[in-house]
Design a protein around this ligand. Sequence first.
Ligand SMILES: CC(C)(COP(=O)(O)OP(=O)(O)OC[C@H]1O[C@@H](n2cnc3c(N)ncnc32)[C@H](O)[C@@H]1OP(=O)(O)O)[C@@H](O)C(=O)NCCC(=O)NCCS
Length: 229
Amino acid sequence: MGLQSTRHQSTRKRSDRHAQKPLPSETFRRARPTEQLMSHSSPYPAASEEPPTPILRLRTCLIRSLCEGDAESTAAQANNPRIAKWMRNAFPHPYRVEDAFKWISIATSTSPIHNYAICRPDDNTAIGGIGLKPQDDTRYRTIQIGYWLGEEYWGRGIATEALSAFSEWTFEHFKHVIRLEAEVYEGNDSSTRVLEKAGYAFEARHRKAVEKKGQIMDLSLYCRFRDGY
Ligand SMILES: CC(C)(COP(=O)(O)OP(=O)(O)OC[C@H]1O[C@@H](n2cnc3c(N)ncnc32)[C@H](O)[C@@H]1OP(=O)(O)O)[C@@H](O)C(=O)NCCC(=O)NCCS
């Protein structure tokens, strides 16, 4: 009980800190159409369209569909072993611009869209991703949720706000879904904290369930239910 109140108190202080922390600007570049970023010999189509309208406008970020203009910023943020370490192997490392184009093509070809970009609120630059993996057959009322954020943006409360709002959005837009679940690899304490702050509860630990780069790890399952379930 004492521990819990201390935790709440310190969380509040940390949230204040998040609110004051400015977004990094020195490394930041305004999003530009892909055609300006790619050389003339680029094998990829030019993308001159405006970014899609956000599905969520939050204090720390926007969440919207991906577009080809996101390839360069997505690759720049995603090309980081400290991110890839906690993701499935489908998230490549190194993460090149061509990987981003492939991902954008996959993510924008489903109907409805399940995978979105987390973007800066000031200029819509893609700085991370958040997405859904619907389960099928008898598990169709469950959706798995996953997310990542560029390292220069960590520790500002962005993932917590994005995950909380996107979870609510998912329940609102996928009426059949009653259960959201997330898988976390052993040692990923910041993601565990994000899940707890976003209303997810620890459910199970699958022992030695994953191997990443030769390292066998436990997998923890966190879940959040639709109100009333
Ligand atoms: C996990 C991730 C999305 C978190 O993003 P973020 O925007 O920095 O998260 P937030 O700022 O909202 O919250 C992070 C919390 O973790 C805490 N934290 C950070 N490092 C920690 C550590 N080593 N141990 C415990 N808590 C830690 C922070 O203090 C913060 O909690 P607080 O607000 O109570 O202080 C980001 O680190 C990331 O992309 N990691 C790599 C990919 C990944 O792990 N994806 C999830 C796969 S399940």
